[in-house]
Design a protein around this ligand. Structure first.
Ligand code: FRU
Length: 538
């Protein structure tokens, strides 16, 4: 179902069932019953997913007092998109999640769309209590009734705060804090951070075809400072979910600013995708780095992930300086088909948490992503794969001694004499369904092929155009670091230079693992296979 249709259906429901919404506004406990087994077909075992019902974007991620907070767009009454709430979970290790009650319910100002949250260390907002810093969430209100009535000013920004480690949230009495005074139809997804140099809060806001930057001293009063992006990057969809942050450039003493920006539709292989820009920020304006501006144009974007299922991702705020990582999480879905994927109790999962790093390359800068090392704690079995020269198929199913359905693989390949082999990893089942993720040395591209991966009927767009990603590294060894989790694959190639995230739905679990090589042979130099534990059963 298309989102706009969902908007309409939901408005009807809002009119027909006011009592139900009324109850939720008063802060009733969430409806999640916990009766699902979390072992259903396609259920991720080590990715975050809601126990039941619909989820989309990650929201409000911050770290405070030993806990990583994750909020998310949530509709507790259905497995399709609807009136948005903020679901909530916390983790102490980015791997295991404690599911908490819903943090924010829709109210008379609207649904609670995407946004961010910060620790207000200096109590600039005045919401603090007993000397502890308040936690402040900044989100978009979406007034579905106004939207349906044909108004254009139906999105505006509100705030809420917590003084008990994020367990209870109070909406600010003077919301909205950023009203929609210019009739901007798409005016949403505020991402806020404290800008040390200019000593103010900065908000990056998605406004249809650009990012607006706003400033504030107290999170309650905001000034519009500048705009970026109308003439840069991909524009064949709406701009959503920005994130602006500084990053050290690896191996140099430099710092650059990175702007993440999700767009839907208009991704390189259809539907939703996230592009990024590298530049400078002076407390007022984001400007593209000169070298980066030559790699990007109104037609040409630089994409964070070359797969089809990593959207609306942003980074955690308030990671302690002693840690210093830039930690990212995305929604493992795509608006082209997310609402019709064949799962029953719940819909959607998040990507694995990733560490982003910025690297200088021959012509400009590139973001690399790597799975966080905390995930190593999930390794239950470990098996060293024997080196092999592969031409055709090498069946590893017996050798690895664990289920390919929950698997981490680290494989180093070399193509003899720079051959043109097309090789990679195949997951398959007894029904002839298979998924392949590999590298075509002739074309110089990684790819993900889900065209025979099982159930494809739910959406014509799902099989779609096969995503490819040009290899940038000139290293002789091609490293493929892979995670498979029932219905998803994540590839981190060449230490995270190329990343692909894809979902698929075999009608029976994939239970065979093979390495294939076509058009020549490939040398598997070394490999490790780790069977991964479930985060539900521990
Ligand atoms: C991105 C998005 C956001 C919006 C939210 C609504 O997937 O469309 O722009 O805030 O989802 O659920």
């Amino acid at each position: 179902m298309h989102k706009s249709f969902a908007f309409f259906a939901i408005v009807l429901i809002t009119f027909l069932a006011p009592a139900c919404n009324e109850k939720k506004q008063k802060g009733q406990p969430e409806k999640t019953t916990g009766t699902t087994s979390c072992q259903e077909p396609h259920r991720p075992q080590f990715h975050f997913s809601p126990k039941e019902k619909w989820m989309n974007d990650p929201n409000g991620m911050f770290f405070y007092d030993g806990e990583y907070h994750l909020f998310y767009q949530y509709y507790p009454d259905s497995t399709v998109w609807g009136p948005m709430h903020w679901g909530h979970a916390v983790s102490t290790d980015l791997t295991h999640w404690t599911h908490l009650p819903i943090a924010l319910y829709p109210d008379s100002l609207g649904y609670i769309f995407s946004g961010s949250a910060v620790v207000d260390w200096n109590n600039t907002s005045g919401f603090g209590k007993d000397g502890a810093p308040p936690l402040v969430a900044i989100f978009t209100y979406h007034d579905a009734v106004a939207a349906e009535a044909g108004r254009t000013d139906y999105q505006y920004q509100g705030i809420a705060y917590s003084t008990d480690k994020g367990r209870n949230w109070t909406k600010y009495a003077d919301n909205p804090v950023v009203p929609n005074t210019e009739d901007l139809r798409d005016f949403r997804d505020p991402k806020v951070f404290w800008h040390v140099a200019s000593e103010q809060w900065i908000m990056a806001l998605a406004v249809y075809d650009h990012v607006a930057i706003w400033g504030s001293s107290d999170l309650k009063h905001w000034n519009h400072l500048s705009d970026f992006g109308k003439t840069w990057g991909a524009h064949s969809g709406v701009w959503e979910c920005p994130d602006l942050f500084p990053m050290p450039v690896e191996g140099t003493g430099d710092t650059k600013w990175v702007l993440l920006l999700s767009i839907n539709p208009g991704g390189p292989f259809g539907g939703s995708a996230t592009q990024y820009f590298v530049g400078n920020f002076d407390g007022k304006q984001f400007t593209l780095d000169q070298s980066f501006s030559s790699t990007v144009s109104a037609e040409n974007a630089v994409w964070l992930d070359r797969g089809r299922d990593n959207y609306a991702g942003v980074t955690w705020s308030d990671i302690p300086k002693t840690d210093g990582r830039r930690l990212f999480l995305g929604w493992m879905g795509n608006w082209d088909y997310a609402q019709v994927v064949p799962t029953d109790a719940w819909r959607s999962a998040m990507t694995l948490p990733r560490t982003l790093t910025l690297h200088q390359t021959a012509d400009s800068y590139r973001l690399f992503a790597q799975p966080v090392p905390e995930l190593k704690a999930l390794r239950a079995t470990s098996h060293t794969i024997k080196p092999a020269n592969i031409s055709g198929m090498l069946d590893l199913t017996e050798q690895i001694g664990c289920s390919p359905a929950q698997l981490e693989l680290v494989l180093d390949f070399e193509t003899p004499n720079d051959g043109a082999a097309d090789f990679g990893v195949e997951l398959s089942n007894g029904r002839g369904e298979y998924y392949r993720i590999g590298y075509d040395a002739g074309a110089g591209q990684f790819y993900s092929d889900r065209s025979k991966s099982g159930d494809l009927r739910f959406s014509e767009k799902f099989a779609g155009e096969m995503p490819v990603a040009a290899r940038m590294s000139t290293n002789k060894t091609i490293r493929m670091h892979l995670f498979f989790d029932a219905a998803s694959a994540e590839l981190f190639a060449d230490d995270g230079d190329v990343v692909m995230t894809e979902i698929f739905f075999p009608t029976e679990d994939f239970n065979q693992l093979k390495i294939y090589s076509k058009n020549g042979n490939v040398q598997l130099v070394q490999g490790e296979a780790y069977g991964l534990k479930s985060i539900w059963r521990e």
